[in-house]
Design a protein around this ligand. Structure first.
Ligand SMILES: [Zn+2]
Ligand SMILES: [Zn+2]
Length: 508
């Protein structure tokens, strides 16, 4: 939230993802009065940036939501889909709560709320100055991260002095299949910069390197002769994977097989990509891939269920990318316990999500209350990430210099933020680099900056509990370990010993 005399605005209004402790924040009342917000500037359509807009609307927000035209089109399918997910998660939870005699919960918002929120969107093209209130204006710069994604340059004039702020939004990598490289203005006072991969160096992230790595996993899955499951964000990642898979098949680099896109959202998003194909880098590859004869899109739940019957080698791409929701959970339940299955994780997996737990080599996982043995191969390929890696982030920051007052590093786990701080500490005065925590507050002027976090309400959750596994994750893995231990025990007598030891430990 940016507050200037006579104007309060939000840059993004995203949903917390990751551990249960963090996601729980989505259900709480917002930490400000939504009726007092004058405008929202949205960097891009990803749910961690747009996902609480319907909640904001429900809570009484009536102002404009400024976004680029493709962002608006993507939000028109992504927000109602998110509402639908909220509704079905809560429905499932309430069935369980009912059985356990617990209180019922309400969804954060519904698909209908999300559709109504869309009426607040106002389109702003890249590079065009847009006034907000009397003393501020902003313009969007291509961020190269997702169709429509943008950085926000905000210019505020108070008492005759102008302060320039730049919000990076999420930044794309150099060799992203469909997006042109990110750009931005130089000479700003304050930079608020994402740091997702601040500690990572991805040397192979070229188009060829990516296709080579994908081919390797496809060949392995082909050899195992089962499904290759690719949990993937429905928007852009799915279209990129599809384009590369068809590209490899047509060049006979990998064997041809059925490719199923098992995600209604991906189907809708793909149509939006077709509409903007001419504005994308290599947009024709997506158009071509979507029309390939072996590519199928499932719509109904029945069509989706039917693909569990498919035998032999085939590829299924389904949402969500971190395996937390969506149809991929059904496909995983059907394939994880089989030797023939292969799972390819292609994106960033937040701490505490099922995707991260698989990535870390869990041998047993719990999906919708069922414990499932992991026998399928788990492979990861982070080359499809929509985020710039450490060196690319640092290069982007360098191109924004001179940076007059301060850089705030956000949008990253502790290690990534520290990695980023070290990386840009060589090109910028380290005293100018700050890592704020959730609910931090600063006074920014053209003259300098002051941390006023102690003058505002305390953070909603302790900063040490953000961006990592929480006790829910630890509890789940403890239960699974205990189960394994009991199963491994030689006989009932040995099991009784294990239980007695645990009880003794509890008593202590
Ligand atoms: Zn994003
Ligand atoms: Zn993000």
């Amino acid at each position: 939230m940016v507050e200037i005399p006579g104007l309060k605005l939000l840059v993004d209004c995203g949903m917390f993802q990751g551990s249960k402790t963090e996601r729980e924040l989505n259900y709480r009342t917002l930490p400000f009065d939504p009726g007092h917000i004058d405008a929202v500037i949205l960097t891009h359509a990803h749910i961690d940036h747009s996902g609480l807009l319907p909640k904001l609307y429900n809570a009484g927000y009536e102002g404009p939501i400024f976004a680029t035209p493709p962002t608006i089109d993507l939000c028109a399918v992504m927000l109602p889909d998110s509402g639908h997910i909220q509704e079905s998660e809560v429905e499932y939870l309430n069935r369980r709560n009912g059985r356990r005699g617990r209180d019922m919960v309400e969804p954060i918002y519904t698909a209908k709320d999300a559709v109504e929120t869309l009426t607040l969107f106002r389109s702003v093209e890249l590079g065009i100055w847009q006034a907000v209130g009397r003393n501020a204006r902003f313009r969007f710069w291509n961020a190269g991260h997702l169709l429509g994604s943008a950085s926000v340059e905000l210019e505020v004039t108070t008492a005759g002095r102008t302060t320039r702020l730049l919000f990076s939004g999420d930044l794309g990598p150099e060799y992203k299949l469909l997006e042109f490289d990110p750009v931005g203005p130089a000479d700003v006072d304050y930079l608020i910069c994402e740091s997702t991969y601040g500690d990572t160096d991805r040397i192979d992230a070229t188009k060829d390197g990516r296709r080579r790595a994908l081919k390797e996993v496809v060949m392995e899955a082909h050899h195992a002769n089962g499904a290759l499951l690719i949990p993937s964000f429905a928007v852009e990642r799915t279209q990129e994977l599809l384009a590369d898979l068809v590209w490899l098949m047509e060049r006979r680099e990998i064997p041809e097989c059925p490719i199923v896109i098992d995600s209604p959202l991906a189907t809708k998003a793909s149509r939006i990509f077709l509409n903007y194909a001419s504005e994308l880098e290599d947009g024709d590859l997506v158009v071509h891939a979507m029309r390939a004869h072996n590519v199928r899109f499932t719509e109904s739940a029945e069509q989706s269920k039917a693909i569990d019957q498919m035998k032999g080698f085939h590829i299924i791409i389904a949402a969500s990318g971190m395996c937390e929701a969506g149809r991929i959970r059904y496909r995983l339940a059907n394939w994880l316990w089989r030797d023939e299955g292969t799972v390819l994780l292609v994106g960033y997996q937040a701490a505490g999500t099922l995707g991260r737990i698989l990535e870390e080599g869990a041998t047993m996982v719990r999906i919708r209350g069922d414990d499932i043995k992991v026998r399928a191969r788990i492979r990861t390929l982070d080359l499809y990430s929509g985020h710039a890696d450490g060196p690319e982030l640092a290069a982007w920051v360098r191109n924004r210099m001179p940076i007059g007052k301060a850089v705030f590093l956000i949008h990253g786990e502790a290690q990534a933020l520290e990695g980023m701080r070290n990386r840009i500490g060589t090109i910028l005065d380290p005293d100018k680099i700050f890592i704020p925590h959730l609910d931090s507050a600063f006074v920014l002027t053209a003259g300098g900056m002051r941390d006023v976090s102690t003058l505002v309400p305390p953070p909603r959750i302790d900063p040490v509990h953000t961006g990592q596994r929480d006790w829910h994750n630890d509890y789940q893995s403890l239960l699974l370990d205990l189960q394994e231990e009991l199963k491994r025990a030689a006989d009932d007598k040995a099991r009784a010993v294990v239980i007695r030891k645990v009880r003794r430990a509890l008593a202590e």
